[in-house]
Design a protein. Structure first.
Length: 222
């Protein structure tokens, strides 16, 4: 499996966004993770299409847009036009998950579904064949810099098994929250291939080097 490292700009310095994105590119990041929060699904507010469009102009890397919002379908069209490559929605906020996944794919984006720490992987059984990615949240969404919840490892294993049983061998398994040198290896071994990291990268003394260090924690120890 290929390792993908997706720095989350939630922890970036927005006064220097251009430099921060350039740092990610130079450091070898695979995707840029953009956390959209509405102050309703999660207790925090961030950004929308304008920032996606800005980041789109700063890099050609795929933009991994994580929607922590109610009624996510309201934003599919504008976010796709703004340059989103992957649009991931929460199962808890999407009662018509099957249709919503289809809408994202029709717009030419990859479709991801994600679940909070308290939501079982089995809740995704009926859409596992339709998604491009399952994102397992390893913290309760809303803020960067939280501690990794260990139970996540079992959920990563379950997600990988679910995709295999659905015949969906191409789908990715992403993990988001508390990913750092001390947590990434176990996630990789459990079956994750795509890793969001905010604080671990942007608060590092050498952020560029940290991207490589996180990747090495996967590849060197398997
Ligand atoms: C949390 C967000 C994450 C966050 C991760 O709600 O979905 O993407 O930026 O930040 P760290 O890596 O600092 O836990
Ligand atoms: Zn996220």
């Amino acid at each position: 499996m290929t390792v993908r490292i997706a720095p989350s700009i939630l922890s970036a310095d927005f006064a220097r966004l251009g430099d921060e994105i350039a740092m990610c590119v130079e450091g070898g990041a695979d995707w840029i993770h953009i956390d959209v929060m509405d102050g309703c699904f999660v207790p925090n507010l961030t950004y929308g299409a304008k920032v996606i469009e800005t980041v789109r102009r700063l890099t050609t890397l795929p933009l991994d847009v994580h929607l922590m919002v109610v009624e996510p379908e309201k934003y599919f069209d504008s976010f796709a036009k703004a340059g989103a490559s992957v649009i991931t929605i929460h199962q808890e906020a999407a009662p018509h998950l099957h249709r919503q996944i289809a809408c994202i794919r029709e717009l030419g984006c990859l479709a991801g579904v994600t679940i909070n720490p308290s939501t079982p992987v089995a809740s995704l059984a009926d859409v596992a064949g339709d998604v491009n990615m399952i994102l397992i949240m390893s913290v309760n969404p809303g803020f960067g810099g939280q501690r990794f919840i260990p139970r996540t490892l079992e959920k990563i294993r379950q997600a990988r098994t679910l995709l295999q049983e659905s015949g969906n061998h191409a789908a990715l398994v992403e993990v988001d929250g508390g990913i750092a040198r001390d947590t990434i290896t176990a996630c990789w071994r459990a079956g994750a291939d795509t890793f969001v990291a905010g604080n671990a990268i942007f608060a590092a003394s050498d952020p560029r080097g940290e991207i490589a260090a996180l990747r090495a924690r996967c590849t060197e120890q398997v």
